[in-house]
Design a protein around this ligand. Structure first.
Ligand SMILES: Cc1cc2nc3c(=O)[nH]c(=O)nc-3n(C[C@H](O)[C@H](O)[C@H](O)COP(=O)(O)O)c2cc1C
Ligand SMILES: [Mn+2]
Length: 475
């Protein structure tokens, strides 16, 4: 059974002991951000702020709602302890049956409607998240809706939104493959204004789908329907020709005009650094805001892992698994370790033919996550990519320091990566590398080093005897 709205999901999280209500007043200016940050770093429950300084009772803030595997499992309606591999498989299974949204006439997000001069986004407890951010950010865990110029499809993405003033927002399109950016490019080329709508505070599956690599031309809302097993209920916007989840806590409607830019950033980012440049970026002019009574504003305190952003590892890893399977590559598992902030992918394959690592790299770097994946580790199928210790051992013992490493230069990149030089950041051109941790197939079997582990370096009989003795001691 799908969650009707964010509130139902929070209630479920609370039953699972994953929520800490903070009744004491907190300051929107850094304090809420600091508390959320600490919750990630100490693996604490999700902080649900009940009272925010300078704001009316009832205006609440929540962060970190899906910031670990357990919470993702709950969001998918699965047992909290489900292994991430199974979460990936379930995502792929459900994705096969897209479900179109339904259009409803009314919804909770219309309980309050403010249009034109009545718009004041500072009426919401928008957090100043990190010291040094370019401003308060209202969009850090939400979905941003836009329609292609040819009207053929509607896109959902997640793009950070800085609050420039009470009715003006910024937007960051990080990378060249971003669909909203591609859509906007078409509008700008035609010298036209693009409508956008931002929905904050929805069933987290919707936000997760918005931030996941769904192919160009495919509407994320149908994937979200597939995840829910029932349609997403949408309601029409007041001032733009778009529809948004009817149960959203807050909806912002606006337009991006062609050729207009304002400085945006910096922002403490998913890389764990504040590395992106302040640059002139597109501007959203807000035409209307609608919201539920006692709205809950969701936010993410990006920074060092693991935050909800790193949890895109599930859908991202599933996407790569699917791409490799489709190409007939004998893949056994794919893991994007959350601790590596989305930048590393580990693929395990059967070492079937010489050069297979190169084929794997080509496939991984042709998916939508290509620019997000500068590091790729390719291991044999006896290594579990979800076991970091095994991966590390394979990396340093099976990858030749120069024959096993293949590098690409000046490839499309997310410009927020801290190791890029200023010029590379401007051009969004960086590099990629893969580490081939597989034995060369032209070595004779006798030339392949034997693994000195319990299961590989002792005869079966000795293993059995050793285990039997240990068992006597209760191990
Ligand atoms: C918390 C969070 C914040 C994000 N912020 C941005 C952002 O500011 N700019 C951006 O280009 N991508 C951002 N992303 C990644 C995009 O949402 C992701 O690439 C998504 O697939 C884009 O969707 P689209 O290409 O369908 O528009 C963010 C992801 C998360 C989880
Ligand atoms: Mn898309």
């Amino acid at each position: 059974m799908a969650f009707k709205d964010l509130r139902e999901f929070i209630a479920r999280l609370e039953t699972a002991g994953e929520v800490q209500r903070i009744e004491e007043e907190v300051d929107w200016d850094l304090e809420a951000g600091a508390m959320l940050r600490r919750s990630y770093e100490e693996n604490l429950p999700v902080p649900f702020f009940q009272k925010v300084k300078d704001y009316p009772d009832g205006y609440r803030l929540i962060g970190g709602a899906v910031s670990n595997y357990r919470r993702i499992a709950i969001a998918l309606g699965m047992p909290p302890k489900t292994h991430p591999k199974e979460l990936q498989e379930e995502y792929l299974r459900r994705k096969q049956h897209p479900v179109k949204p339904t259009l409803v006439n009314d919804g909770p997000c219309k309980e309050n409607v403010r249009i034109g001069d009545e718009v004041d986004l500072l009426k919401f407890p928008v957090p100043m998240i990190h010291e040094g951010d370019g401003g308060r950010y209202i969009g850090t865990w939400h979905l941003t809706v836009s329609r292609a110029l040819d009207k053929k499809w509607v896109n959902w993405g997640m793009y950070r939104h800085q609050l420039h003033d009470k009715s003006t927002l910024g937007i960051l399109q990080a990378g060249t493959a971003q669909h909203l950016g591609l859509m906007y490019q078409a509008y700008e080329d035609a010298n036209k204004t693009m409508d956008v709508a931002i929905a904050i505070g929805v069933d987290p599956i919707l936000t997760l789908c918005a931030a996941s690599p769904v192919p160009y031309g495919v509407s994320e809302v149908e994937v979200a329907g597939a995840m829910r097993g029932e349609p997403v209920a949408l309601v029409k916007c007041e001032t733009v020709n778009l529809a948004v989840p009817a149960a959203a806590e807050i909806v912002i409607e606006g337009e991006i005009r062609p050729h207009e830019r304002m400085d945006e950033g910096p922002f403490g980012e998913y890389t764990g650094y504040m590395a992106g440049a302040v640059e002139p970026r597109p501007v959203i002019h807000v035409k209307a805001v609608t919201y539920r009574n006692d709205p809950i504003l969701t936010f993410c305190c990006q920074g060092t892992p693991v935050t909800e952003s790193a949890m895109l590892a599930i859908t991202g890893g599933a996407g790569i698994l699917e791409a490799l399977r489709t190409r007939g590559i004998p893949v056994t598992a794919v893991c994007i370790p959350p601790e590596a902030s989305n930048s590393l992918t580990v693929v395990a394959v059967r070492n079937l033919y010489p050069g297979i690592a190169d084929d794997v790299a080509h496939v991984v770097w042709s998916t939508k996550r290509a620019s997000l994946t500068p590091y790729l580790v390719i291991v044999e199928d006896d290594v579990d990519p979800f076991d970091t210790a095994e991966v590390l051992h394979a990396l340093v013992m099976k990858c030749h320091p120069y024959k096993g490493i293949v590098r690409l230069e000046r490839t499309p990149t997310v410009p927020l990566l801290p190791f890029l030089d200023p010029q590379e950041r401007k051009q969004a051109l960086g590099g990629k590398v893969y580490f081939n941790c597989m034995w060369p197939l032209d070595w004779k079997p006798s030339e392949v080093p034997r693994r000195a582990s319990f299961d590989k370096i002792y005869p079966a009989e000795i293993q059995r005897k050793a285990l039997a003795k240990w068992r006597k001691y209760g191990y």
